[in-house]
Write a protein that binds this ligand. Structure first.
Ligand code: 3NM
Length: 230
């Protein structure tokens, strides 16, 4: 059997785009990356993202010192809370808990989902990056609230990224996994139609947004393509 084959038991699973805590995982999902932000600070970028109506933001900074990350996350928590935006912190469980983020996003080499759940409780959203059908099934078994599915296309934004998993893995997740998922990796305004037409309801973009000359206009174009009223 091919690894992308759909098992009969997987069929007819209804895919939800809500996490267990009731927060929607859909639409445009934005991530910070100051090194790609054309000299703008993360806070400036987050303000523009919120102004343009995005409902999920992940704080992702691999190189900064923890104190700087903490100070930025405190500000972003305040901004997102006021705007009713879901705020997810990448990797750092302690940081996510301290700033009372809505969620934590983990990678395959981070702490196990079920152990993080013991720490954060049932209300916090736990997302897990996955790159294969086996990892997606494992994420569901471990109790992840949503999975990242990628990289769909080639990307140079993530340092230790694997080869693109392509649209075949996306098709597998659409048909076989019944928790929300976020398609990620090399997704742009120019290629997002391909991802959406295959069933992705939530698309994550880093450089396409933070590196845009006019962040708000870029987001409005993308939200329009997603069928949102802007
Ligand atoms: N995670 P861009 S790809 C943060 O495949 C991240 O899990 C990925 O950046 C994964 O939108 C990626 O600039 C980087 O291509 C995505």
């Amino acid at each position: 059997m091919d690894r992308f084959d759909i098992l009969p038991s997987d069929l007819n699973k209804r895919q939800s785009d809500f996490s267990r805590s009731g927060k929607p995982i859909r639409g445009l999902y934005c991530l910070t990356s100051e090194e790609h932000s054309r000299g703008r600070s993360n806070i400036e970028v987050v303000k523009a993202i919120i102004n343009a109506g995005v409902k999920i933001i992940q704080y992702r900074e691999k190189e900064k010192k923890m104190l700087e990350k903490y100070n930025e996350c405190v500000q972003i928590r305040e901004l997102t809370k006021r705007a009713g935006v879901t705020f997810i912190v990448d990797d750092d469980v302690d940081l996510a808990m301290l700033v009372k983020a809505d969620g934590i996003h983990l990678g395959q080499d981070d702490l196990p989902v079920e152990k993080v759940r013991e720490l954060v409780g049932s209300e916090m959203i736990i997302g897990l990056s996955t790159h294969s059908p086996e990892q997606a099934q494992d994420a569901v078994r471990r109790g992840a609230d949503y999975i990242g599915v990628g990289p769909i296309y080639r990307t140079y934004t993530k340092k230790d990224v694997c080869e693109p998993v392509g649209l075949e893995y996306l098709d597998y997740v659409v048909k076989s996994i019944n928790i929300p998922f976020v398609a990620i990796g090399g997704i742009k305004e120019s290629n997002m139609d391909e991802v959406i037409s295959r069933g992705a309801k939530c698309v994550a973009m880093v450089t396409e947004i933070v590196g845009a000359e006019n962040i708000e206009q870029k987001i409005l174009n993308i939200r329009h393509k997603l069928g949102e009223s802007v």
